[in-house]
Structures are given as structure tokens and as C-alpha cells.
Design a binder for this molecule. Structure first.
Ligand SMILES: [Zn+2]
Length: 119
């Protein structure tokens, strides 16, 4: 069985983390309605296209935050020495899968099952 190269996978996870953080920052800068508490006061006559871009930004930002959470879990697992093991069934995650997605915290089987549940 192939053994995951934890060192190179770790640096890839860290690179992804930095990239996502800078993307979130950029999104916030571009968001016309960005506020700290995320409360939007829509006043009459608010530019519809600006509002639309705000909503798109929120969706994107939530997506990025989900990715970031997963990356942070993966980094914690690296520290704990449980990296490469599925969070759900505790089986080893396929090395090929880790190479495609170094921040994967579930094995393929569990991820598919979790995806099904979401729907
Ligand atoms: Zn699993």
C-alpha cells in the first residue's frame, strides 16, 4: 500500500489555507454591502445589481468558509497524527484521494454518504 507523503501534503494544505484566506479578504473588499455583523439594511432605491452582487458574494464566502473549516480540521489532524484517517469510519483515506484533495477528512465512501444525506 502506498504511504501518503504527509510532509508535502501538509504544505499543500497550508498553501490552500493561505489562498482561501486571501480570497475571503478580497471578497469582503469587493462586497458593496460588507459590514462587520453582516446585517444589511436595504433602503428604498438600493441598486439592485449591487444587491445581487452582495448575495453572490455571501454564497461564495460561505463556500470558502466551508472549505476553510475542512482545511483547519485537516491541519488539526496532522498535528494529532491522525491525518489520512477518515473522521467518520476511521479507515485510512485512499492516498490517491489525498493527492487530489489534500484537505480531505473523509474517505470516498463516507463523503458520498454524507453528500446523499445533505440532499
Ligand atoms: Zn470513512
Amino acid at each position: 500500500m502506498k504511504i501518503p507523503d504527509i510532509k508535502s501534503l501538509t504544505s499543500r494544505v497550508e498553501t490552500q489555507r493561505v489562498a482561501i484566506l486571501s480570497k475571503i479578504k478580497r471578497l469582503k473588499r469587493e462586497d458593496p454591502f460588507a459590514t462587520d455583523d453582516r446585517a444589511i439594511i436595504v433602503e428604498p432605491g438600493t441598486d439592485a445589481s449591487a444587491l445581487f452582487s452582495h448575495e453572490k458574494t455571501i454564497v461564495l464566502e460561505n463556500q470558502l468558509k466551508r472549505d476553510l473549516t475542512e482545511i483547519e480540521v485537516a491541519l488539526t489532524k496532522i498535528k494529532k497524527g491522525t491525518y489520512g484517517l477518515c473522521e467518520r469510519c476511521h479507515e485510512a483515506i485512499d492516498v490517491a484521494r489525498l493527492e487530489v484533495k489534500p484537505a480531505a477528512i473523509y474517505c470516498m465512501k463516507c463523503e458520498n454518504e454524507l453528500e446523499k444525506k445533505k440532499r
